[in-house]
Design a protein around this ligand. Structure first.
Ligand SMILES: Cc1cc2nc3c(=O)[nH]c(=O)nc-3n(C[C@H](O)[C@H](O)[C@H](O)COP(=O)(O)OP(=O)(O)OC[C@H]3O[C@@H](n4cnc5c(N)ncnc54)[C@H](O)[C@@H]3O)c2cc1C
Length: 254
């Protein structure tokens, strides 16, 4: 029986593996390394965490992001130089090579309780028993699309995790729903890529108006003073749908 299985090869899965390895605890780890970062976050994105807060933990702390950047000749400071998605993803892959060479690039398709452990199934068809399972599966596979939009064709509605390359939206009119970090990042990157036409501020309740104002200011800062950008917030998602290119933006608005 395998002692420990780690599912997921993002920063946390890799980190747990490095710690188990150092303690001599047998394990198997599965997943495509740094896949959330390479395939589900937009190219050109900058991390929100400073360099010093973006290290992948390992027991000897001898492979920090700063050390990786020094090796590769990438500009780095503990704070003050934003870390790019590309740098962080490359760091994770290098961490994997150095600290977790036993990683198996396979997906876990089943975990079932089984006597004193679990039965684990892989996409290769292999099944085996494990004493314990560590889930380090991140959030990528839990993207939420509101019910009112979920039935629209995939060509018209998508989750931010599906946009690793915003240039494919070039020439389309895009409405971004949301006022968080991913929404602002995507708005800025789409604008740079020539993909965004405009976003509109519309009638919203007080609480959402405040959010709109925050988004508007942050978006202006992102886009630069010359950029034309307004923000759309929806009072009720059920009354609105995302638009195809060239169609009215507010079909169904009350
Ligand atoms: C847009 C965005 C920006 C972010 N910016 C920052 C930032 O600046 N700084 C910061 O510290 N954090 C940031 N985060 C949070 C970031 O996701 C976490 O810090 C970090 O990636 C979490 O690591 P993780 O290993 O838990 O998850 P992930 O990096 O998501 O890794 C989980 C992995 O498990 C894999 N997996 C899932 N199911 C299976 C399965 N059945 N079999 C095999 N593999 C599987 C997934 O494919 C994925 O590769 C950001 C997140 C997002 C979405």
């Amino acid at each position: 029986m395998t002692n420990t299985v780690i599912i997921g090869a993002g920063p946390y899965g890799l980190s747990v593996a490095a710690h188990l390895r150092q303690k001599g605890i047998p394990f198997r780890i599965f997943g495509r390394p740094m896949d959330s970062w390479t395939s589900h976050m937009p190219k050109g994105m900058l991390l929100k965490s400073d360099g010093f807060a973006s290290n992948i933990s390992d027991p000897t702390s001898d492979y920090t992001l700063g050390q990786f950047c020094a090796e590769k000749g990438i500009s780095y400071r503990d704070a003050g130089i934003p870390v790019s998605r590309e740098t962080f993803a490359s760091y994770g892959l290098a961490f994997k090579d150095r600290k977790v060479p036993e990683l198996e690039d396979k997906a876990v398709t089943a975990v079932e309780p089984d006597l004193d452990g679990f039965m684990v199934g892989l996409d290769t068809g292999e099944t085996f028993r494990a004493r314990q399972v560590i889930l380090a599966i991140g959030v990528t596979h839990f993207g939420y699309v509101p019910e009112a939009l979920a039935s629209l064709p995939a060509d018209f509605v998508s989750h931010s995790a599906e946009h690793s390359d915003v240039t494919r939206l070039r020439g389309r009119k895009v409405v971004i729903l949301g006022a968080g970090s991913s929404a602002l990042d995507l708005a800025g990157l789409m604008h740079e890529a020539g993909a965004i036409d405009r976003t509109k501020a519309t009638e919203v309740p007080q609480q959402e108006r405040q959010a709109a104002s925050v988004v508007g200011s942050a978006a202006s800062a992102t886009l630069g003073s010359g950029a034309r950008m307004e923000v759309i917030l929806f009072r009720k998602l059920s009354q609105h749908i995302l638009l195809p290119a060239g169609k009215p933006a507010d079909r169904g608005r009350s």
